[in-house]
Design a protein around this ligand. Structure first.
Ligand SMILES: [Zn+2]
Ligand SMILES: [Zn+2]
Length: 175
């Protein structure tokens, strides 16, 4: 993924906005991957701050097919992401120890910047809705759509916990 900077690099103070559409097969953080349902649309703003330095801002949204961590149902997930990075015109490979990126010529390669920002937007656990009831641990019924017979048995098993209270001595050791 590249953005042309042949014009914006000529004058300090100049700005350019571009929109890039890219059809990635999936977005993946280091731990989770989700297939994308639509091409990623990324708005790229390039600002010339002088001295061969360009500040690049990206704003994008990934539309993905995710699986609920609690009830295992697939659902649609929108993941907005954004990042800002300075690029300097100097030769050399990508170096993660620098606090800026490098470019030469008329294009900036945004692959690392975009995949870092998009990857960071992927949560480890996702719920189809905030109040998802999940699956019954005994019979596997999806509690969002049905109520099973084993529900009352589980409730009874946990009832003794409701009457548990901490003694005064235990509480004091917390402070
Ligand atoms: Zn769910
Ligand atoms: Zn059940």
């Amino acid at each position: 993924m590249e953005v042309r900077v042949s014009d914006v690099k000529k004058w300090a103070g100049r700005e350019e906005t571009t929109e890039i559409r890219e059809a990635w097969p999936e977005v993946a953080s280091s731990r989770v991957g989700y297939p994308l349902t639509d091409p990623a649309v990324i708005r790229v703003l390039v600002r010339n701050t002088g001295g061969g330095r360009l500040v690049v801002e990206i704003h994008g949204t990934l539309e993905a097919e995710a699986v609920c961590t609690r009830c295992a149902e697939p659902f649609h997930l929108s993941l907005p992401f954004e990042a800002t990075e300075e690029f300097r015109e100097e030769p050399g490979p990508y170096d993660e120890n620098l606090d800026y990126g490098r470019y030469t010529g008329d294009k900036i390669n945004l692959d690392v910047m975009v995949s870092d920002a998009a990857g960071a937007s992927v949560p480890i656990a996702v719920l189809c809705r905030p109040d998802c009831q999940g699956l019954c641990p005994i019979c596997g019924t999806n509690r969002n759509v049905a109520t099973c017979a084993c529900r009352s048995a589980i409730d009874e098993r946990w009832t003794p916990l409701n009457s548990l209270t901490l003694s005064d001595d235990t509480r004091r050791t917390d402070h």
